[in-house]
Design a protein around this ligand. Structure first.
Ligand code: DGY
Length: 423
């Protein structure tokens, strides 16, 4: 830990959330991400809840103000046109919601955070029950129309883990011939070695154009897109969210039966993502049936969703990861030749994913592993500040700085109470 005390890190974390507040919603970080992002906002709410509960609820409420009539909650809400970000609203042309937004979604962590906060503010939680329920139903209808029990993404950005190697091969099927020239803004703000490559961006933009050409009609997109990849991250996060929504249904006297049916489908679906050779839950290209051959940080998220059938194998994989990096949890298999320790989702560790994985480990009785991950997260932030993500070998701060979700996890996980070297 540097020369700051844990208390001063707490204060710095609160200052970051206040500084990134744009009046009811929080940007992930100024410049690089100047809008409201879906799961960033939800984690920000978790941080705000430690010192300003009203502000935490505003964050969640403003996110759901952008919900589309079909139930989708967009991954970016564009309340203004910000020249520091590309692609903005004029590229997305996604005008189906009450506010300008992107046309895809992002990991549905909101029910989990709302369930955490509900006991103290049940009325505000109750008002978000129906929007949450409609969003969850949208995931099943739009991203698992055949009822397989696994949830697919239609764009790498939808997974939240943008340039994961899992999307490389499925992405080969994306036609980029119409993309034309464009100017990225991210690489003028962050070291290019820490961001996705041009080849990835060409695919990102081609898939945005694909959605525009289909009027962002989710049924047409699911039927026609070449990129439809089941994601263990979204599938597990949605299953956990459904369980938390069910708890809210019980608390508010709502019918839990439809939620139970969705939970059962997702529980059964997990087995389709199990890859015994990788010792991990992996992504699956739903167009070809091909499964990814390696583990990622999302491979451990089924534990967060209460799926423990493969716990022993997952712990073996986590142990292997821990022998190849200094700080858990790398976003991608550190023993793969594609591991790239500073490049966004191809290696770095992320505080939000660490929090979810540790929560799952704690739930299934693996307290020592949970404590190790919590301690590593405290060290990463303690040594390198509130970066977007961190090198798992040398704790290098990567991506944007003064990052909302890193600050939020510091506060919500009580990382200021950990003394260096105690775990
Ligand atoms: C970006 O622009 O890098 C974002 O991750 C997209 O959501």
């Amino acid at each position: 830990m540097d020369d700051q005390t844990p208390k001063s890190h707490d204060e710095a974390a609160r200052d970051i959330l206040r500084g990134n507040d744009r009046g009811g919603f929080t940007v992930p970080t100024a410049g690089l991400y100047p809008y409201q992002w879906n799961w960033d906002s939800v984690f920000a709410a978790m941080g705000f809840a430690t010192f300003d509960r009203d502000r935490a609820w505003r964050e969640l409420e403003t996110l759901f103000e952008a919900q589309w009539p079909d139930g989708m909650v967009p991954h970016i809400v564009f309340r203004a046109d910000e020249p520091s970000y590309f692609p903005g609203p004029s590229v997305w042309q996604a005008d189906k919601g009450p506010l300008p937004s992107s046309g895809i979604s992002q990991p549905p962590v909101a029910a989990t955070v709302i369930a955490r906060l509900a006991a103290q503010d049940p009325d505000r939680a109750a008002r978000l029950f129906d929007p949450l329920d409609r969003w969850h139903r949208w995931w099943h209808a739009a991203r698992d129309p055949d009822g397989t029990g696994v949830i697919a993404i239609t764009h790498p950005w939808e997974s939240g883990r943008d340039n994961l190697p899992d999307w490389d091969r499925p992405g080969d099927a994306v036609d980029v011939s119409g993309v034309g020239t464009y100017t990225r803004r991210d690489t003028s703000l962050v070291d290019t070695d820490q961001r996705p490559k041009k080849k990835d961006y060409d695919r990102y933009l081609a898939l945005v154009q694909f959605g525009v050409d289909r009027g962002w009609d989710y049924a047409r997109i699911a039927a026609e897109t070449p990129f439809f990849v089941a994601d263990p991250g979204i599938t597990a996060i949605l299953l956990r969210a459904e369980r938390d929504l069910r708890a809210l249904a019980e608390a508010f006297g709502r019918d839990p039966v439809p939620i139970d049916a969705r939970i059962a489908r997702l529980e059964a679906g997990h087995e389709r993502l199990w890859n015994p050779d990788a010792g991990a839950y992996v992504s699956r290209n739903m167009r070809t049936g091909e499964r990814a051959p390696w583990a990622t940080s999302a491979s451990f998220l089924p534990l967060f969703a209460g799926v423990t059938a493969r716990k022993a194998e997952l712990l073996g994989t986590l142990d292997r990861f821990s022998r190849s990096v200094r700080y858990l949890v790398p976003s991608f298999d550190p023993d793969s030749e594609l591991f790239d320790p500073l490049r966004y989702w191809r290696g770095p560790a992320w505080a939000i994913v660490n929090w979810m994985i540790a929560d799952g480990l704690r739930q299934c009785g693996e307290d020592a592993w949970a404590a190790r991950i919590r301690s590593d997260t405290a060290k990463l932030i303690g040594e390198s500040g509130f970066a977007e993500y961190f090198g798992p070998l040398g704790a290098e701060p990567c991506g944007g700085g003064s990052f909302s979700w890193t600050a939020a996890i510091w506060l919500a996980w009580g990382l200021g109470t950990i003394n260096e070297g105690t775990v």
